[in-house]
Design a protein around this ligand. Sequence first.
Ligand code: NAG
Ligand code: NAG
Ligand code: NAG
Ligand code: NAG
Ligand code: NAG
Ligand code: NAG
Length: 305
Amino acid sequence: MATMSLFLMLLCAPALSFARYPNAPRSPSPLWRRGRNVPPMGFYNPTELGGSMLTIAPNTNGLGEPLNVIVSGHSDATVLVDSEDNGGLRNYFLSVGFGAECLGQHAGDAQTANLGDGKGQVNETSELRWDYGDPSLGTCTETIKGGNHFRYWVQDGSKANSGAIFMATSYELPIQMGHDIIFDGYNLGRDWLVGNATAQQSLIPTGNITNGTTYSGQTSFGGYTYKTDVIYLSGILSNSSQGVNHNVTVGNANTLPVDGYVAVMTISIVSEPQRTTSGALSIPPSVSWSMLAALLAMLAVSLSA
Ligand SMILES: *[C@@H]1O[C@H](CO)[C@@H](O)[C@H](O)[C@H]1NC(C)=O
Ligand SMILES: *[C@@H]1O[C@H](CO)[C@@H](O)[C@H](O)[C@H]1NC(C)=O
Ligand SMILES: *[C@@H]1O[C@H](CO)[C@@H](O)[C@H](O)[C@H]1NC(C)=O
Ligand SMILES: *[C@@H]1O[C@H](CO)[C@@H](O)[C@H](O)[C@H]1NC(C)=O
Ligand SMILES: *[C@@H]1O[C@H](CO)[C@@H](O)[C@H](O)[C@H]1NC(C)=O
Ligand SMILES: *[C@@H]1O[C@H](CO)[C@@H](O)[C@H](O)[C@H]1NC(C)=O
């Protein structure tokens, strides 16, 4: 009997090791299948690969916005999937307070960016807006009143497939004022997003950020709880205002329009919804079906022994 149990234990060793990593995706994400390769920093620096840390905004003669927030490729693979389902990226951003654009509308032409991953200059994947506490219609308020918003691109081309998400974040004025950016709106938009993503009780002091400043905290939506670890890095995004859209109104002699800090966010899933089938026993998400089957087999063997 003891030998039999040991044999079964060995058989389920892979299942047991899976259970030690409850955050592992249940099925391989498309990113893994395409051969994602994440460098230690969590992303490839676009400027070293012929890309740019500035987007290109349409009708501006090539001016753009800083890519000032990056979701690291070391984040939970589940979060790197551009989906509102199964705890994906859009569910994560709902937990931070950002939703899809008002009634699926998109105002204005797309911006483009070149992340140096071999895809060249491509349209934004999407644009998300602050939802004013209302995940279903709040982004309509943002479209009218202005507020925090960002466009994002995924670094997943064959030349640099980190899966990292590059975000151009800024705080915009109301629609009557042409959706220009508020004073210091690139740096403040970044820090208010980070403040919400890490559930800070007070504002992040933008002027006091240095290379290596960190913040950490948790947010929840749709039964998923996420932990976000942020590190600010300099030397990736230039603090120059050359080529920056709205550079004259967004900064002045004392406030650089772009302070040169990128907030790198590494997101992990702390807990996910319990999947219960009515009347059946509830299986914690960390217990895989193969492990359960093995346990039942062990029970059957011990009963028949
Ligand atoms: C990029 O976006 C513009 C609209 O802003 C659209 O006309 C164009 O077709 C898009 N390009 C691709 C490749 O989707
Ligand atoms: C969260 O975001 C809102 C909207 O941008 C902002 O008003 C608020 O100050 C932010 N909170 C923190 C702690 O940054
Ligand atoms: C920012 O730094 C200054 C100088 O070190 C300090 O006096 C101030 O309290 C800091 N502000 C915040 C909000 O941390
Ligand atoms: C910023 O800090 C990181 C380590 O956290 C370091 O690798 C990098 O060289 C620093 N950047 C600059 C511009 O000093
Ligand atoms: C802007 O960047 C340059 C070059 O990296 C650096 O020497 C300078 O200190 C930065 N200025 C500010 C105000 O951060
Ligand atoms: C704003 O950017 C334009 C285009 O690169 C540049 O010619 C101008 O000098 C910049 N202005 C400021 C105040 O930095």
